[in-house]
Design a protein. Structure first.
Length: 70
């Protein structure tokens, strides 16, 4: 199902981000639209999740493209 909110505890948030990241294949390049659509299946605020995944090093942004690293 969808998340109703992002956990405030860092460890729990990291677990949620890692679960969401599983829908992205490693080292495959996705454009921003694809990333947003996949994240939106889990949480409506895809911008926050996308930004958190980048800051946690789960995804890397290269221009308007995104790549899952972990």
């Amino acid at each position: 199902g969808k998340l109703k909110s992002i956990p405030s505890q860092r460890k729990k948030e990291r677990i949620c981000l890692e679960e969401i990241a599983k829908v992205f294949e490693l080292e495959v390049v996705y454009d921003e639209k694809e990333v947003n659509a996949k994240i939106e299946e889990f949480f409506d605020d895809y911008c926050t999740i996308r930004r958190d995944m980048i800051s946690e090093g789960i995804m890397v942004r290269e221009g308007t493209n995104y790549v899952r690293k972990k």
